[in-house]
Design a protein around this ligand. Structure first.
Ligand code: SF4
Length: 327
C-alpha cells in the first residue's frame, strides 16, 4: 500500500488551487476507476483532491437549447433524467448498458469521460505497456488482443476506449468545459480524446491541473431518433466488443441526416463521418446500411485476435440503423 495525502475541496477554485500543476496529484470523485488503478499500482498519486463536494451536480437546460451536465452528475441520474430520456435517448441507453446499478450510482459524468482502458497489459505492472510506461513496448500487439481496437490503432498501442456514455456523446455532439491554472476553456468532444499515435500515454486534451466542470450536449436535432446497440460476451456488467450509437432524422423513407459513433472497436469514442456521408440522402434500406458499415470500417486494422470485430462492428451498424429507422 502506497501512502497518499487526501485533501477535500469545497468549490472549483479551491480544487484547482489545491491541485495546481502538480503531476503527482489527481482529482477524485466517484473513484470507480481511479481506486482500481491505485489498487493495481498503476496510478500512484501522492495527493488526491476530493471534488465530491463541488456544486457540479445539476443538469441545466440552456437558452440556446443545449443541455449542460455538471461533472458530478452520476451515470444513474443522467440516464433517468426526463430531458435525456426524451431528447437524447441514445445517451440514456448507452449509460444503462454500462457497468452495474451500484457502479452507475456513484460513477460521475466527468469520471466516465476520464475512464481509462481495460487493456490487461496496461493493468498489469509486470507487463510492458507504452501507455503506462512510454517506450517499454506493447504487450498486446503480439499478445492476447481479442478485446482490442481495430480503428485508430498505432504500432505503439491498440487499446480500446471502454466507455459507452462517450460513444453516445460523440454521436450527439458535445463540449467539455474545463477549468485549471490557466482559467476556463472549452474543448469540442471530438477533440477531447486523443489517438494513441506515438504517444499513447497522452489520452486526452487536458493540460496539467485542469478539472472537467461540465459536459454540454448540443441542442437535440429536431425529429431525430436514437438508439445504442451494444454487443458483448454477456448481457450485463460487461464491456462492448462492438457498439453503435445511431441518431437519425428521416424525410419519409430517406435518411436526411445521420450521426454514427462506434465503441468497443476503437482507441477513442469513434465518430464515423464516413458512415454518415454514406447515409445522408439515401433510402433507409439494408443496402444503404451495409454501405455505411463498409465505409465505417474501411480503415480497420486487425491484429491476431481482432479480425472478428470488423464484421461484428459492421453488423452492429446495420442492426442499430435498422432499429432506429423503424421507430
Ligand atoms: Fe499498453 Fe496500449 Fe499496448 Fe495495452 S495496447 S499494452 S494499453 S500500449
Amino acid at each position: 500500500m502506497r501512502h497518499f495525502a487526501y485533501q477535500r475541496a469545497g468549490d472549483v477554485a479551491e480544487a484547482t488551487a489545491l491541485h495546481g500543476s502538480d503531476r503527482s496529484a489527481d482529482f477524485i470523485a466517484g473513484g470507480t476507476n481511479l481506486i482500481d488503478m491505485v489498487k493495481l499500482d498503476i496510478m500512484r498519486p501522492e495527493r488526491l483532491v476530493d471534488v465530491n463536494r463541488l456544486p457540479l451536480t445539476a443538469i441545466e437546460s440552456l437558452d440556446d437549447g443545449r443541455l449542460r451536465i455538471g461533472a458530478l452528475v452520476t451515470n444513474t441520474d443522467l440516464a433517468y433524467d426526463e430531458r435525456i430520456q426524451a431528447d437524447y435517448p441514445v445517451l440514456s441507453e448507452a449509460l444503462l448498458s454500462g457497468a452495474s446499478t451500484q457502479l452507475r450510482n456513484v460513477a460521475t459524468t466527468a469520471g466516465n469521460v476520464m475512464q481509462r482502458t481495460r487493456c490487461p497489459y496496461f493493468r498489469n505492472p509486470s507487463r510492458p505497456c507504452n501507455k503506462r510506461e512510454p517506450g517499454s513496448g506493447c504487450g498486446a500487439l503480439d499478445g492476447i488482443n481479442r478485446n482490442h481496437a481495430v480503428l485508430g490503432v498505432s504500432d505503439k498501442c491498440i487499446a480500446v476506449h471502454p466507455s459507452d456514455m462517450c460513444v453516445a456523446m460523440a454521436a450527439l455532439g458535445a463540449t467539455v468545459t474545463v477549468e485549471g491554472p490557466s482559467g476556463v476553456r472549452e474543448i469540442p468532444f471530438e477533440e477531447y480524446h486523443l489517438l494513441p499515435g506515438d504517444t499513447p500515454e497522452r489520452e486526452h486534451a487536458l493540460s496539467d491541473g485542469e478539472l472537467i466542470t461540465h459536459v454540454t450536449l448540443d441542442a437535440p436535432i429536431t425529429g431525430a431518433k436514437g438508439h445504442y446497440l451494444k454487443l458483448r460476451d454477456r448481457a450485463s456488467f460487461e464491456f462492448a466488443l462492438a457498439s453503435c450509437a445511431a441518431v437519425v432524422t428521416m424525410d419519409g423513407d430517406t435518411v436526411r441526416e445521420a450521426r454514427i459513433a462506434l465503441g468497443g472497436v476503437a482507441t477513442k469514442p469513434w465518430r464515423s463521418f464516413e458512415a454518415e456521408a454514406a447515409l445522408s440522402g439515401q433510402p433507409a434500406s439494408e443496402a444503404t446500411f451495409k454501405q455505411a458499415a463498409e465505409a465505417a470500417l474501411a480503415g480497420a486494422v486487425a491484429h491476431r485476435d481482432t479480425a472478428f470485430k470488423i464484421p461484428l462492428a459492421k453488423q452492429a451498424i446495420v442492426r442499430a440503423l435498422t432499429t432506429v429507422t423503424a421507430q
